[in-house]
Design a protein around this ligand. Structure first.
Ligand code: FES
Length: 86
């Protein structure tokens, strides 16, 4: 198996970064929250940005298009809870 390491501090591979992006992490900060990549020496952050910029994050097109993303979906859940409670 061909493993390309993006973050050597935490042993995070390009494939893992892409998987986190598929699961919704659209920024280096969100990738860091998911797997710590980029939180030690920081030298991998540009590579993570490059991977995210290559379309690894499916929601990125929504963000770029100015359409609603997670924050609005979360708001919708709150709205539905309020409706159920009423
Ligand atoms: S290589 Fe990723 S934090 Fe150091």
């Amino acid at each position: 198996m061909n493993r390309v390491y993006v973050c050597s501090c935490f042993g995070v591979t390009e494939q893992q970064v892409k998987q986190h992006a598929e699961n919704g992490a659209c920024t280096p900060r969100q990738i860091a929250s998911a797997c710590k990549a980029g939180t030690d020496c920081g030298s991998c952050v540009r590579r993570i940005q490059a991977i995210l910029g290559r379309g690894a994050c499916p929601r990125r097109e929504l963000v770029d298009g100015g359409r609603p993303v997670l924050s609005e979906l979360e708001g919708l859940e709150e709205f539905e809870k309020l409706e159920e409670a009423a």
